[in-house]
Design a protein around this ligand. Structure first.
Ligand SMILES: [Ca+2]
Ligand SMILES: [Ca+2]
Length: 406
């Protein structure tokens, strides 16, 4: 097979699994998204509402996505062209409303941010059976009583119509750097059953107890129930916005959603050693922040009596090891090496192995790449070993993705 064609085919087959997730580095294409109301894509940006009075928009990924086992959602956003201090911000939504990908909240107040009912109006249209993270840019008075005009706030009303009144919040925080300053900011949501963690501009901001199954607690102290999930595990994921008598461009610049793998996953393909060995990597479980879950990495089917090393990076990037090698480098630089190892076993036989206690390495290597780890962060791990007759005198295993759990 032609080497270049071989590489392309392998790269396509071996890419990390992104099943049931999405990634939009920009919105030059909105393929896979459903835009409602005044939402539009312009210049590679998703403008959920434009800077004009009384706008309303929602954007949904077209398929329900698995949420129940945990996920990581990343978004970059920007508020510009503010009039009358700017309004009303964005809300990130998780919902199973009967309207599906047509769901859109009340038009009667910008403070509903495109998802909520307006309690001052009869016959509301708040998105039912939903959880919202407001990125709220407008400090409204009665009946909403926002905490501030620049806060994140989680809102839910269980299976009923969601509500933007602050009494329906289950947790909120105001970041030190105001997201209404016209600059691009980032938010990351990590959900593990029982907790919602929000990071802002790369630093942890606040964590809220919540489970889609059992709900949470409103800030006033009363309990609120969970949601009815699609097929018991999934919800529509989207973003909404609205403006009223004050306005701004409420823009999303990039957006991704990744369900948490319940187990470590592998990708890429092992190189074939001189004696036909295919070194294969695996791990016992994903690590957690407290390093309390054993995480043992094993590389088996290694050629016997070879020295090697396990190494890792923070992103996957699959590239040929050399033009004549059967191996691929599957980890993007920079990388972190662990200690050199010896494969044991017998000469010319595929019975060697390497092993790494991930937790022990992290605990005994302060400042190692990736530290301090945060929930949802991934490590891409691979093994390299000596094989003198081979191209570059070395070969590599396939690769492993670990995802940090809280
Ligand atoms: Ca508000
Ligand atoms: Ca609010």
């Amino acid at each position: 097979m032609h080497p270049a064609r071989n590489f392309v085919a392998l790269a396509l087959l071996a890419a990390p699994a992104l099943a049931q997730g999405f990634s939009y580095p920009n919105f030059i294409s909105t393929s896979g998204l459903v835009l409602n109301g005044n939402a539009l894509a312009t210049g590679g940006v998703l403008r959920v509402t434009p800077a004009a009075a009384s706008q309303r928009g929602s954007v949904w990924y077209s398929q329900p996505l698995a949420v129940a086992g945990g996920f990581t959602l990343d978004m970059t956003f920007q508020f510009t062209s503010q009039a009358s201090s700017g309004a009303d911000g964005l809300a990130i939504l998780f919902q199973n409303d009967p309207r599906g990908t047509a769901a859109l909240g009340s038009a009667t107040a910008g403070s509903c941010i495109g998802y909520a009912d307006n309690p001052a109006q009869p016959a509301g249209v708040g998105i039912v059976n939903s959880l919202a993270l407001e990125i709220d840019t407008y400090d409204a008075g009665s009946p909403f009583f926002d905490g501030t005009g620049a806060d994140f706030s989680w809102h839910t009303n269980g299976t009923g119509q969601n509500d933007a009144r602050e009494s329906y919040s289950i947790g909120w925080a105001t970041p030190a750097v105001d997201f209404t300053n016209g600059l691009v900011h980032s938010v990351r949501i990590v959900y593990v059953p029982g907790s919602l963690s929000v990071s802002y501009d790369g630093a942890p901001l606040f964590t809220t107890p919540y489970s889609f199954a059992s709900g949470g607690t409103w800030i006033g102290g009363a309990s609120v129930g969970g949601l009815n999930l699609i097929g018991g595990s999934s919800l529509y994921v989207g973003v909404t916005s609205a403006t009223g008598g004050a306005w701004e461009h409420n823009d999303v610049l990039s957006w991704s959603f990744t369900p948490t793998p319940t187990a470590p996953t592998t990708y890429c393909t092992p190189g074939t050693s001189t004696n036909g060995c295919l070194a294969t990597i695996s791990a016992s479980a994903n690590p957690n922040l407290a390093l309390s879950t054993p995480c043992t990495i094993s590389v088996t089917n290694v050629e016997g009596q070879k020295s090697g090393v396990l190494f890792y990076g923070l992103e996957a990037l699959i590239q040929p090891w050399s033009s004549t090698s059967t191996s691929f480098l599957c980890v993007k630089l920079p990388t972190q090496r662990t200690l050199s190892q010896f494969s044991g076993g017998s000469v010319s036989v595929c019975n060697g192995s390497f092993t790494l206690d991930w937790n022990a390495f992290q605990a005994t290597t302060p400042g190692a790449l990736g530290q301090p780890w945060i929930a949802g962060r991934r490590a891409q791990v691979q093994a390299w070993y000596r094989d003198p007759p081979a191209s570059k005198s070395t070969n590599l295993s396939n690769a492993l993705t670990l995802t940090y759990l809280p």
